[in-house]
Design a protein around this ligand. Structure first.
Ligand SMILES: [Zn+2]
Length: 262
């Protein structure tokens, strides 16, 4: 298990490929797959249409969720009319464009709409989101989103530090119909912040300014994503007085504490 966690980064995998003979690598990968649970068995990753608390599974390469697992998750969403939540960070960097296209094509093939939370209130579909501040990489996937008629959600952190180029990129993405949403001021772990400074301070310093700064620039900000997925029922309730949806994460690594509150 610890090996699986340590080997999580893609760079580490490449390092292993250089050092090990092919057979050793195969054995190592087989051992790793045993530690990853299938997405379709992660109930947290699926919501009924219109639910306000979401937990997403990481689509980044480092999370090692295979294409077969993604396909089975899309099958479940289609069969049960559920919303499947997936998230990543940087297209072309932390997640391959081919992986994004596989998921988009898979959703389309199953008749699942690929939309924002506000667009998926009456039927199941795929809710895809991208976190943090890598706007220039988000733009790399723009043509894919257009090709599959997909609307996704971009959860922006540290908005105050974004240069004009990144801000222009966000405007472009918003004009394509994507949702621009909030992901805190400083990307801190919310429950820890509340323990140390209180809920009111978290709202005033970390959450609300990140929402208000985006709204001041014209974005609706329908949702808030917790840094590291870390949240509590109290925090979810407090944020849902200011946004319609909150998003945590759910891990497919067996034996690791899961932050999903659902
Ligand atoms: Zn983040």
């Amino acid at each position: 298990m610890n090996d699986a966690v340590r080997l999580g980064a893609q760079g580490r995998e490449k390092e292993q490929q250089r050092k090990r003979p092919a057979h050793g690598l195969t054995v190592a990968l087989l051992a790793l797959t045993g530690c990853i649970t299938e997405i379709d068995s992660q109930d947290g990753a699926f919501t009924r249409p219109g639910e306000r608390v979401h937990c997403a599974v990481n689509l980044d390469s480092s999370a090692r969720n295979g294409l077969a697992s993604l396909d089975a998750a899309l099958d479940r969403a289609a069969a049960r009319d559920e919303v499947l939540d997936l998230y990543a960070h940087k297209p072309g960097d932390t997640v391959e464009l081919a992986t994004i296209e596989h998921v988009l094509a898979g959703a389309a093939a199953r008749g699942l709409p690929i939309g924002t939370y506000e667009e998926l209130t009456s039927r199941g579909g795929l809710a895809l989101s991208f976190d943090d501040s890598g706007v220039e990489t988000w733009l790399l996937a723009r043509d894919l989103f257009l090709a599959y008629d997909a609307h996704v959600t971009f959860f922006v952190t540290r908005y105050a530090t974004l240069n004009e180029e990144r801000r222009a990129g966000l405007r472009t993405l918003a004009s394509d119909g994507h949702a621009i949403a909030a992901h805190s001021v400083g990307h801190l772990r919310a429950p820890t912040y509340v323990q140390e400074h209180g809920l009111a301070a978290y709202l005033a310093e970390e959450a609300l300014p990140s929402i208000e700064a985006l709204r001041a620039d014209g974005y609706a900000v329908p949702a808030y994503a917790w840094p590291f997925g870390a949240t509590t029922g109290e925090l979810d309730g407090a944020l849902m007085e200011h946004v319609s949806y909150v998003r945590s994460v759910t891990f497919t690594v067996a034996g690791v504490a899961d932050p999903c509150p659902r």
